[in-house]
Design a protein around this ligand. Structure first.
Ligand code: PLP
Length: 403
């Protein structure tokens, strides 16, 4: 008898600490473990499974394309890439798109475009361009991206770091303005910080940031790898404040929960920085990714998932706030759309313990920063399923909270 967990422990790198469940099947908002036990997926692979597991329309697009043509590299044109790029741009209101695979690669692409724009257009002296980021950011795990992380564990032991980044407090437009110098080429920001613990900035923050960046000649790059594509109850989280960034990164849900698909989207003048040979990716924009990405964008519109996330997210937050009124271990509930954080009182329960207790109740969620439970279910979740999840959380907390 083989034991997959023992094999993982024996042969795998120990860079994750998985919850004690061995999943082997998924359908819609449900996951099943190897013992046949069913779980309601309230984290959807950090928003990558926004359409639910194995959405038949997406699986059909994947299967059809896999049987036709999957990977060619960009050495040649393919018939699926153009339609995917057009849909990406028309849906987001951006001028051009550059397809990559992971979210981190999309962010790296944005950083390269911003620096080159800084030199070629803004006239910053070679090698001097600086990029402002928000404290608490999460943009992936590459050596450059961790160079501007505020998380000690993401950085420790991985230096030397890529220079050229400065952090400003998140949600503070005045601090951004004060930090801008003539060498600043861009500000990179998540409209809602996901990994940091679902931090929603004050209303008007993003619009103020847009105004400052425009006035001071700084590019605004919104990292919507997690918040994009309906997650927050709007197509893009930027849409809540009518903000159009100069650069935009998408990922996670763009792959329909089936493949890694990401993109950097930009204004004409920003994307014009890339010439043939400047940047690329063997797999970026491959026919399989383009077919699934296009089908995912179509599905987002056809099923009006952004509007649905707004309604079901409001319901989830209302139910969680009602629970917080009865359960003092919950100190706050915050979020936007179906990206919701439940802050726990560390003196009464830590988030990992709560997460494991919730798993025992048949609900998958994820702790972040020791005190926050993160809920980001598929956007297709029903009101009844949301109610089940909140009832399970109530039972779980009753079991593990110290009084
Ligand atoms: C997850 C995430 C990334 C990185 O995506 P990967 O696919 O894990 O590389 C970048 N930015 C944000 C905001 C994310 O949430």
């Amino acid at each position: 008898m083989t034991d997959p967990v023992a094999q993982e422990r024996r042969w795998g790198a120990r860079n994750y600490h998985p919850l004690p469940a061995v999943m082997s099947r998924g359908e819609g908002c449900w996951l099943w473990d190897t013992a046949g036990r069913r779980y309601l997926d309230m984290m959807s692979a950090y928003s990558a499974v926004s359409f639910g597991h194995g959405h038949p329309v997406l699986v059909a697009a994947l299967t059809r394309q896999a049987q036709t043509l999957a990977v060619t590299s960009r050495a040649v044109h393919t018939d699926g890439l153009g339609p995917f790029l057009e849909r990406l741009c028309t849906l987001t209101g951006m001028d051009r798109a550059l397809p990559m695979n992971s979210g981190a690669e999309a962010v790296e692409t944005a950083l390269k475009a911003a620096r080159k724009w800084g030199y070629r257009v803004k006239g910053i002296a070679e090698g001097r361009a600086r990029i402002l980021v928000a404290a608490g950011n999460f943009a992936g795990r590459t050596t450059t991206i961790i160079s501007f992380s505020s998380e000690a564990q993401y950085r420790d032991g991985f230096g030397p770091y890529t220079p050229g980044f400065d952090a400003v407090p998140y949600g503070d437009a005045a601090a951004l303005e004060a930090a801008i110098t003539p060498e600043t080429c861009a500000f990179v920001v998540e409209p809602v910080q996901g990994e940091a613990g679902i931090i929603v900035p004050p209303r008007g923050y993003l619009a103020a940031v847009r105004e400052i960046c425009t006035r001071r000649g700084v590019l605004l790059i919104c990292d919507e790898v997690q918040t994009g594509l309906g997650r927050t109850g709007a197509r893009l989280a930027c849409d809540h404040e009518g903000v159009k960034p100069d650069g935009l990164t998408l990922g996670k849900a763009l792959g329909g929960g089936l493949l890694p698909v990401s993109a950097f989207l930009a204004s004409e003048r920003l994307m014009a920085q890339f010439e043939p040979g400047d940047h690329g990716s063997t797999f970026g924009g491959n026919p399989l990714a383009a077919a699934v990405g296009l089908a995912a964008l179509d599905l987002l519109e056809h099923e009006q998932l952004a509007a649905r996330a707004a309604v079901s997210g409001a319901h989830l937050m209302a139910r969680l706030r009602a629970l917080a009124a009865r359960q003092p271990a919950i100190t706050s509930v915050r979020g936007l759309g179906l990206l919701v954080g439940v802050e726990l009182d560390a003196a009464r329960v830590d988030a990992r313990t709560a997460c494991e207790a919730l798993l025992d109740e048949g609900v998958l969620s994820k702790d972040t920063h020791r005190t926050v439970l993160r809920f980001a279910p598929p956007l297709t979740i029903t009101i009844e399923q949301i109610d089940q999840a909140v009832e399970a959380l109530e039972r779980a907390l009753l079991r593990v909270v110290r009084h």
